[in-house]
Design a protein. Structure first.
Length: 262
């Protein structure tokens, strides 16, 4: 599988401008057909907690863009959006579409970020989700979920080969971002794709540093601090051979994980 990471600075609470920024970047580095293209958390608005202003609503502007991008490029496209919960709060979601325009997955962030007040305005998801693309099983997670390794364990138990974390992870915790992504790859013997934003919003600066990491913890691609499109090839055979040669996952104590997110 080829994964293509689109790292950029969303325009605060402005979907058309953010979408235009993504389009400009991808026009200069078009993804190969059959790729998995990944955009950051809340890619069209930045990390705004103003749910009425940034939710998708009936028009589903950001989702429609991702669907059209998938159809135009012949790729799967995964990115972050906000939708409304049944309790009239927000849902911070990772959604993916295939080249036919069909929805591949809709995952809701399991751990809203209480430190920022996200828990006041957003409901938590209840389930780990996976989807299949290019012969590999992919599990999306969102930002703060990175600090909870049990969610990644449950994804791997469901057969995930690729763990994708979309984020708005701030500069103050850049070292945590890098260290935790590498740890999730090593401990789960999986490819990890971490897609962060760069630039700044009205509250915080962001370091970028979107990474693609192999199951041994080796960094295959690093987008650096600015706007960039980077790609890496993920080899399923290499992953399966490594898991067979060093079968640490076979020693996982499932009884210590509990039932986990359904």
């Amino acid at each position: 599988m080829r994964v293509t990471v689109c790292q950029f600075s969303p325009v605060w609470e402005d979907k058309p401008a953010s979408i235009a920024a993504v389009s400009r970047l991808l026009d200069t580095a078009a993804p190969a057909r059959g790729s998995l293209v990944v955009l950051p958390e809340m890619f069209a608005t930045g990390f705004s907690l103003d749910v009425p202003k940034v939710r998708e609503g009936r028009e589903r502007v950001a989702e429609r863009f991702m669907r059209d991008l998938a159809m135009r490029t012949g790729s799967a496209v995964l990115g972050g959006v906000v939708n409304e919960s049944p309790a009239d709060k927000g849902l911070n979601q990772a959604v993916a579409f295939d080249p036919a325009g069909a929805e591949l997955v809709r995952f809701t962030k399991l751990h809203p970020f209480s430190f920022s007040g996200e828990t006041k305005d957003f409901d938590a998801g209840e389930a780990v989700k996976t989807f299949d693309w290019a012969g590999m099983r992919v599990a999306p997670l969102v930002c703060y979920d990175l600090r909870f390794p049990e969610a990644f364990r449950h994804a791997v138990r469901r057969g995930a080969h690729v763990l994708v974390v979309i984020a708005n992870f701030p500069s103050a915790r850049e070292s945590h971002w890098v260290s935790l992504l590498v740890a999730r790859a090593i401990e789960n013997q999986a490819f990890v794709v971490g897609v962060n934003r760069c630039g700044a919003d009205p509250k915080l600066p962001y370091p970028g540093r979107s990474l693609v990491i192999d199951p041994r913890g080796k960094i295959l691609a690093d987008a650096g601090p600015g706007e960039a499109v980077v790609s890496a090839d993920l080899d399923l055979k290499d992953l399966l051979d490594y898991r067979a040669a060093f079968p640490a996952l076979a020693d996982m104590r499932a009884d210590l994980l509990g039932n986990g997110p359904r």
